[in-house]
Design a protein around this ligand. Structure first.
Ligand SMILES: Cc1cc2nc3c(=O)[nH]c(=O)nc-3n(C[C@H](O)[C@H](O)[C@H](O)COP(=O)(O)OP(=O)(O)OC[C@H]3O[C@@H](n4cnc5c(N)ncnc54)[C@H](O)[C@@H]3O)c2cc1C
Length: 247
């Protein structure tokens, strides 16, 4: 899995603060300097004032201003299963690599074995992995070896069948039906800061599956660089709490 920040609103917390100050300003924020807009906020410097206001908004559940800044992420190599979970979020915009038009007909068998075409869950290769819904804790090496054999053989059979169907002239959009739900896909997604926190509330939580949790943590790392005051506050005071941004 690879996750990159493609594009994002410049100075997102200035946008958040300007929008929030607009709600209580007698003047027009469009004509004021940012210093004028923030004059009534506690803090020695503009950076300190931004921190004060961002924290205040998040603490008081005033989330509207966080809908203005938007970020676009490119995601490589998540499973179709993870994609199905992610795309349930209706306020995120997606572009998903099409299996109707992109045929994997030059598949290198070594790449299939290496798990590049189909995502391999950790429970297939790691004896110490304890997943959320796993029946037992850590397992014997021999159990994992057997799991890996079954998994790899099943994937190889599916990919070989897919290849044969393509070779017979079947369109990729129909041949893909034999591929596993773990088949890797690339996508691009855009969301605003409020939505990003909501997705994190649901998908970085302990009850979410390992793959979407990993994806969400990577998105959060990028978000922390892009929009630092907000996501520092989110990590420290909001992440993992019971009363989420949206029920
Ligand atoms: C651990 C876990 C297990 C899950 N298991 C299943 C499962 O077994 N089956 C399944 O189908 N789904 C499952 N889901 C998906 C889940 O039910 C949601 O559909 C998904 O997480 C989208 O989140 P959301 O409902 O917050 O909506 P989002 O689309 O993210 O919308 C954000 C918020 O906007 C509001 N909103 C959006 N649309 C509407 C609307 N039409 N009406 C009213 N309010 C709206 C809600 O407040 C919502 O919380 C699971 C999710 C998790 C995290």
């Amino acid at each position: 899995m690879d996750v990159r920040l493609l594009e994002a609103t410049d100075d997102p917390e200035r946008v958040v603060c300007t929008a929030a100050r607009n709600d209580y300003a007698a003047g027009f924020v469009g004509e004021q300097s940012f210093a004028e807009t923030m004059a009534a906020i506690d803090g020695e410097t503009l950076a300190a004032k931004k921190r004060t206001l961002v924290g205040h908004l998040l603490d008081h559940g005033h989330f509207g201003p966080f809908e203005h800044p938007q970020a676009t992420f490119a995601v490589e190599g998540i499973s179709r299963s993870c994609m199905a979970q992610l795309t349930r979020h209706r306020h995120v915009s997606f572009d998903v690599q099409s299996m109707r038009y992109v045929a994997f007909d030059e598949v290198d068998p070594a790449a299939v074995r290496a798990g590049e075409m189909v995502v391999t869950p950790p429970a297939v290769t790691d004896p110490d992995w304890v997943g959320r819904k796993q029946r037992d804790g850590a397992v014997e090496e021999s159990v994992v070896e057997e799991r890996e054999r079954i998994f790899r053989e099943s994937v190889a059979r599916s990919v070989a069948a897919y290849q044969e169907l393509l070779d017979s002239g079947m369109a990729p959009e129909d041949a893909r039906f034999v591929l596993p739900i773990g088949t890797a896909v690339n996508l691009v997604m855009s969301m605003n800061v409020r939505m990003l926190m909501h997705v994190a509330d649901m998908r970085a939580a302990a009850d979410a599956q390992w793959e979407i949790r990993e994806l969400t943590e990577r998105v959060l790392d990028l978000a922390a660089e892009w929009c630092p005051l907000t996501f520092a506050h989110y990590e420290e005071h909001m992440k993992g709490r019971k009363n989420r941004l949206a029920p």
